[in-house]
Design a protein around this ligand. Structure first.
Ligand code: NAI
Length: 338
């Protein structure tokens, strides 16, 4: 197959995606059409004439969408992200559509953002920034805690979680871990400890989420786990929104059961994140309530957003597509049992 007449439809793209992919595509020379709208049931027919669709975290690739993509002649879904909880893999398999992803681009980008969220929350940097911008140089209400000596809890000790553990260990924090597949050798070598989940929640001062979203991890932060946590513990989520039961989180924050939360992802983010709602009415009362807490920081799924990560995402995505075009082994294919 000639790669020059191999067309790819890119969904939910922003200027930074287009820049990175256009640069990387100089080596590949695919026909790329960038769309700024999401892939979903309403838009899926725009894939007509494309063999590949390239989608992102908030595109919807459920059974209905995949049925339409198949009718449109799509053969490959190239996710330009690590997570794939939004793809119905069984539906893709039923239509013989392959699904590839970018399993790792820069785990540092995400771990460093998680650390930045923790530091900002703990030392109240957003409030301090806003105060000094308006000439208010007072310090009342800005007291934080030394992280040194506190216990950081990492859920999910894969690529990102392990880097986060090392960063926080660098601050002098003790490291507590939870993973259903513990990496015991690594933990032993580093002097970190795995705990059963209930004990984990009781001892940590910080919980940072780095596991994938699966039926088992959905709402891993819930009414029960929040009630086990120390009253000044904070939750950092750069994983996926639905790892947290947000209604339970709001309740815990309202009743001062925990110390705060810093969230890069949100259960119902797909309608809002990556869009400008500043002159619109936000109708999601849970998101609106979250934004009112002084001890909550929200960033809009930007943990991956570094130049290093963007160019690695573009390079791996286009290489995944090249492997398909060339009939090579799909190293980054998502298998149903993953
Ligand atoms: P990874 O696959 O290297 O590590 C995931 C870890 O979670 C593994 O050690 C696995 O054993 C563990 N895990 C699986 N099921 C679990 C369970 N039930 N309980 C506890 N641990 C469990 O993945 P990586 O690259 O570290 O990424 C982690 C997650 O971060 C991704 O799944 C994705 O959802 C999220 N992410 C968020 C980004 C953002 O911009 N906010 C960007 C990239 C990834």
């Amino acid at each position: 197959m000639n790669q020059n007449d191999f067309s790819i439809a890119f969904y939910d793209t922003r200027p930074y995606d287009r820049d990175a992919f256009t640069e990387s595509n100089k080596k590949f020379l695919y026909n790329i059409d960038f769309f700024d709208f999401h892939l979903n049931e309403k838009t899926a027919r725009t894939a007509k004439g494309y063999k590949v669709v390239c989608a992102f975290v908030n595109d919807i690739l459920n059974e209905k969408v995949i049925d339409i993509l198949s009718e449109c002649g799509v053969e490959l879904i190239a996710m330009r992200c690590a997570g794939y909880n939004n793809v119905d893999l069984k539906a893709a398999q039923a239509h013989n559509i392959q699904v590839v992803r970018v399993p790792a681009y820069s785990p540092h980008s995400v771990a460093e953002h998680a650390a930045a969220l923790l530091m900002s929350l703990n030392r109240k940097i957003p409030q301090a920034y806003l105060r000094t911008r308006t000439g208010n140089f007072t310090l009342n209400g800005l007291t934080g805690r030394d992280l040194y000596g506190l216990t950081a809890g990492i859920i999910g000790t894969g690529r990102i979680g392990r880097i986060m553990a090392d960063i926080l260990s660098g601050f002098g924090m003790k490291i507590a871990l939870f993973d259903v597949y513990p990496n015991k050798e690594w933990a032993e070598q580093k002097g970190y400890t795995y705990y059963p989940l209930e004990e984990f929640f009781k001892i940590v001062d910080v919980v940072s989420l780095h596991c994938p979203l699966t039926p088992e991890t959905k709402h891993i932060i819930n009414k029960n786990s929040l009630s086990l946590m120390k009253r000044d513990a904070v939750v950092i989520n750069t994983g996926r929104g639905a790892l947290i039961d947000t209604v339970a989180l709001v309740h815990a924050l309202k009743h001062r059961q925990i110390g705060g939360a810093a969230l890069d992802v949100y259960e119902e983010e797909s309608k809002y994140f990556f869009e400008d709602w500043s002159v619109n009415v936000i109708r999601d009362d849970t998101l609106s309530r979250l934004m009112t807490f002084p001890n909550v920081i929200i960033t809009a799924h930007q943990a991956f957003l570094t130049t290093n990560a963007l160019s690695a995402i573009a390079h791996t995505s286009l290489n995944n597509i090249k492997a398909y075009v060339d009939g090579d082994e799909l190293k980054n294919k998502i298998n149903i049992e993953e």
